[in-house]
Design a protein around this ligand. Sequence first.
Ligand SMILES: C[S@@+](CC[C@H](N)C(=O)[O-])C[C@H]1O[C@@H](n2cnc3c(N)ncnc32)[C@H](O)[C@@H]1O
Length: 267
Amino acid sequence: MNPPNPGNSASTIAEAQYQNTTKNLERRIAIYKYSTNPQSWLSFVASHISPVLGTSPKILDVGAGTGELWKNVSFTSSADLTLADFSSAMCSKLQDLEVPNAHVNVVQCDAAKIPFEDGSFDILVATNLLHHVESPPACIAEFARVLKPGASVFISATSRDSSVNGLYGLSRKIGRTQSAGTFSKHTTESAVEEMERYFRGVRKESYAASLEVPGLEPVLDYLETLPGGVLTEEERKLATDIVGKEIAENGSFTVHNSSDLVIGINS
Ligand SMILES: C[S@@+](CC[C@H](N)C(=O)[O-])C[C@H]1O[C@@H](n2cnc3c(N)ncnc32)[C@H](O)[C@@H]1O
């Protein structure tokens, strides 16, 4: 699939999912209240960023979405926080984000073309972004370019198994062929090798959080945020059969999810 705009890395699906709305992301985040892990993913990510904040850090979050991550980070000294996203809807929402002790700057740009000079940032974060782009390696190279030597980078990756058996997998089981992410291009299995081309000391921190969803509606609502939108009668029936059967047998619909935070230091 070609990128929708020449020179940009966003996939056509990401454009449709995010360019003009924050709702798909917000409705998807809602299902994580059924997580079995008492620590949220965002709090987990924040716990790895906090130790490297130092004083007055210059931070870039690429594909920042609605900026939820930054509600989990406490800045004890002033920080310069740049939130970048290609979506005008996300950028508009990000303009209202207030983070104590941080000066927030919002930039609308593509992850493969970041409008900052070489060596501009101390920390770069890109969570749940790279499975949405056409060329993860091009974005990772761009991340290395805008980071100072010795700076820290944090990206996330999902295992192939989670993408096949998780909620995106359920979407395919009911006949939807398009998934929201191009997982074939960026998974836990490929992320470390890609990161090692530019960063040293690359390591993975694993986060496991299954979802145990007690009712049908949150799952159907999630499915409707994925490509294809509102479920047809037949898709709804198929999903109801699969999910309803499991809830009847086990009391909940379980989705085994695991993600990794991949951390590196710029060379
Ligand atoms: C799944 S959301 C993740 C949001 C946030 N980082 C999080 O972890 O909750 C993916 C975000 O990446 C943005 N995005 C997708 N492709 C992009 C690209 N090529 N350049 C910049 N942002 C992109 C979308 O607009 C969306 O806000």
